[in-house]
Write a protein that binds this ligand. Structure first.
Ligand code: ZN
Length: 350
């Protein structure tokens, strides 16, 4: 097997508040990997956590890590016989499931125990991400899209896939009343996805007025400050107002409130990664037979997401707060980490 090594300017996390724009050579195998020249990346919460704390959840930075799991690019080289073409624009799915375990064989790759998710320090050696000039990936990771689509739109493919998976987890939304607690980028994309999936009423909460405005731009009928008790008391009457609550904040008070706001026989989908342990009024879930389900990453929803963005079915651009050149990654991370100023911040590579 041939291994080729190429120079690769990359955004690398070394430790707390230590992200550098350095050359991190890329070893790739032309016989079985696709070489993609990265055009744009989107900064996600986990990238910000690696920058601020050298960890994201239970994944602790032990070695330098190329950040980034939201990225798109243009194909530069393909293995012989590939259906993909040089020059094709692709969204890259950062999921690298083992494709051999029982869960993978059942089509549940998102919960594969050996998932090598790009830009993650979960395993050691870490799995480098896509905030660099080139990535080497499998053909299965590449989802092509048309030349008319904007880079700034298509780079939302990964977070929108997370949102569409959450909608899948809720079951049929046609005619349903939906609450989304937390109006950050993921919460807002869930609102857009729920609207597309047929929900008749989509309501958002967030403490920040700026996030509530974004929620309405992204498809919520209206948005409420969760500390406004007059508004939220109504949601708890007669056993609860909403058929489905998507919890996208991770805030303990928001998580607990879903038990009150969800109708009997309704569903709570937990997306927000918050504190490891929170209090939940289980008695309410029990007597109302409310289903509580987790939602983690995505499977086929990545391809659906690319189609929805490419066709304009979802317009994510209200969420785009700023763009930086890739060598300005530190400035970009600083801005992305300031929730009073930024929703989604993007890095431009080419
Ligand atoms: Zn697997």
């Amino acid at each position: 097997m041939t291994i080729r090594t190429i120079e690769n300017r990359s955004c690398v996390a070394f430790g707390i508040k230590d992200v550098r724009h350095v050359d991190q050579p890329l070893a790739y195998s032309p016989e079985d990997q696709v070489l993609v020249r990265v055009s744009r990346g989107g900064i996600c919460g986990s990238d910000i956590h690696y920058y601020q704390h050298a960890r994201a959840g239970m994944s602790i930075l032990k070695n330098p890590l190329v950040l980034g799991h939201e990225f798109i690019g243009v194909i530069e080289a393909v293995p012989q016989g590939s259906q993909l073409k040089i020059g094709q624009r692709v969204a890259v799915n950062p999921s690298q499931p083992c494709n051999r375990c029982a869960l993978c064989l059942e089509g549940k790759q998102n919960v594969c125990r050996s998932m090598k998710f790009m830009g993650s320090a979960q395993f050691n050696p870490h799995v480098n991400g896509g905030f660099c000039e080139h990535v080497a990936v499998t053909e299965q990771q590449c989802v092509p899209y048309g030349d008319h689509a904007k880079d700034s739109v298509m780079v939302f493919a990964e977070p929108l896939a997370v949102a569409i998976h959450a909608v899948h987890q809720a079951g049929v939304l046609v005619g349903k009343k939906v609450l989304v607690t937390g109006s950050g980028p993921i919460g807002c994309l869930v609102m857009a996805a729920a609207r597309n999936a047929g929900a008749t009423e989509v309501v958002a909460t967030d403490m920040s007025p700026r996030c509530r405005e974004l929620a309405v731009e992204m498809g919520a009928d209206y948005a409420i400050d969760p500390t406004d008790e007059v508004a939220t008391t109504l949601w708890g009457e007669n056993g609860g107002y909403f058929d489905v609550c998507f919890e996208a904040s991770g805030a303990p008070a928001a998580i607990a409130s879903t038990a009150t706001f969800t109708r009997p026989k309704g569903t709570v989908v937990q997306l927000g990664m918050g504190h490891a342990t929170v209090e939940m009024p289980l008695g309410l879930l029990l007597v109302k037979e409310v289903k509580l389900v987790g939602s983690f990453r995505f499977v086929d929803e990545f391809a659906t997401s690319v189609r929805w963005l490419e066709s304009g079915r979802v317009n994510p651009l209200p969420l785009l707060s700023a763009e930086f050149r890739h060598d300005q990654v530190v400035e970009a991370l600083e801005m992305a980490g300031d929730k009073s100023r930024a929703a989604k911040v993007q890095l431009v590579f080419a």
